[in-house]
Design a protein around this ligand. Sequence first.
Ligand SMILES: *[C@@H]1O[C@H](CO)[C@@H](O)[C@H](O)[C@H]1NC(C)=O
Ligand SMILES: *[C@@H]1O[C@H](CO)[C@@H](O)[C@H](O)[C@H]1NC(C)=O
Ligand SMILES: *[C@@H]1O[C@H](CO)[C@@H](O)[C@H](O)[C@H]1NC(C)=O
Ligand SMILES: *[C@@H]1O[C@H](CO)[C@@H](O)[C@H](O)[C@H]1NC(C)=O
Ligand SMILES: [Ca+2]
Ligand SMILES: [Ca+2]
Length: 451
Amino acid sequence: MFLWQYLTLLLLTTVQIYKAQRCEEFTDLNLGHAIIGTSLKIRLLLYTRDNGTCGTLVSHTDLSAHPQFNLSRPTTFVIHGYRPTGSPPVWVQKISELLLAREDLNVIVVDWNHGAANVNYLKAVENTYKAANNLTAFIKMLQEYGASLSSIHMIGVSLGAHMSGLIGANLKGFLGRITALDPAGPQFTGTPPERRLDPKDAQFVDVLHTDIDALGFREPLGHIDFYANGGTDQPGCPKTIFSGGAYFKCDHQRSVLLFLDSVVRTCVIKAFPCSSYEDFLDGNCLNCDRFGAAGCPVFGYDIIEWKEVLLRLNQTKTYFTTNPDSPFCMTNYRLEVMIWNKDVRWGYMTVKLHGNGKEAVATIDHKTSQFNKYTETNLFAQFDKDLQSVEKVSLKFSTGNVFKPKYKLRVLRIRLTHLERKERPLCRYDVLLEVNKEVTFRPISCEESNF
Ligand SMILES: *[C@@H]1O[C@H](CO)[C@@H](O)[C@H](O)[C@H]1NC(C)=O
Ligand SMILES: *[C@@H]1O[C@H](CO)[C@@H](O)[C@H](O)[C@H]1NC(C)=O
Ligand SMILES: *[C@@H]1O[C@H](CO)[C@@H](O)[C@H](O)[C@H]1NC(C)=O
Ligand SMILES: *[C@@H]1O[C@H](CO)[C@@H](O)[C@H](O)[C@H]1NC(C)=O
Ligand SMILES: [Ca+2]
Ligand SMILES: [Ca+2]
């Protein structure tokens, strides 16, 4: 071999290695000053199990340079939303890693930061429509390489949720699944289905709402819509503007955190079909018979297992509550209280469960409950954690009224029933509750009764 041939070969090999190892990062436009009039530049970053932390920049027109993009595998697109500061989304690396840990996929992170980072939200909305057309062309190209639309899942956040819907409509609703994480409200509310996400945009559309009073979309948009904590405000998020930037985005961003936990299966969040959050908190919607053996739908990544039954039901609105942090799931009990006071009593109940050196708390205070003589009052108690065995129970009755300190609740019987685990309910008979005084007791097994 001639030396020049050898050198050429060496050079080619080096280029090859360089190409294989180059990791592409999400665009960071966080320049510390306003961003106006940037172009619509869409970058597609591919992550696979070969290396879940190293992104490859994928060509919009030619896949021959990306042998690791194996179209026999399902492909999941992750599409972010409005980026007012132009910084990369904090969760973007995490989501690819977690999805790949769950399944052997091609994960395509759509980096449209140039179009989404604009001081003018209206401009970002306009770019959402343009980017949707661009990505539609990309997916049509994937089809030419043999990809099937039903094996494509789009996970869209905020504007990205509507972008997924627009792409889905361009592809006549044949995309396998769209997961919408707090789809954007401003500029989309009140628009016809062609201008936004709707259930016809894919074979299955699941939607999470976390900020319907500000950045999110209030009405249902999918085959199933989950309203976390009612969909308006999230626990642990600042309630006043004095908390700075977090005030604006905390509720909205919670949608991503909830979804990521569902990918990891940190714990199971059961969702309950209901017409309103009030009704749900009143405990009127705990029946999931309509889902047959599958039971109540589980929020998040695994909701696809309910696809068939949800499609039959057309559109289902569901509710659940969460903790302020991960693990977000709560533990649901029914609390039944019967009193023997002569007169009607009104108030709130706080319940604590003790066991294994731990304590779980449920405060039932979304409204004042009414207690009547010899009548069972049904309360829905949501605890911050699940105790495997309950040794003691504490109850506190309060009225919120400082002028009635002598008010008492003469409890004939209380009964606590775990709503998910099949286990015997816990009871206690004849308890005197003075206002604001916590009473702790050992529960006993419930007697058969004729009440
Ligand atoms: C989509 O955008 C990319 C980069 O922004 C561009 O290279 C590509 O040609 C566009 N595709 C279409 C169909 O316009
Ligand atoms: C993935 O790529 C990164 C960056 O090049 C590298 O540091 C890491 O070792 C790679 N991991 C695997 C499993 O190849
Ligand atoms: C592509 O993926 C399929 C299914 O996982 C697998 O059977 C096949 O060997 C893969 N092809 C390549 C070239 O890696
Ligand atoms: C399904 O729901 C949509 C929107 O609520 C409605 O327009 C449509 O008529 C419903 N279809 C059926 C079969 O109930
Ligand atoms: Ca649509
Ligand atoms: Ca809010």
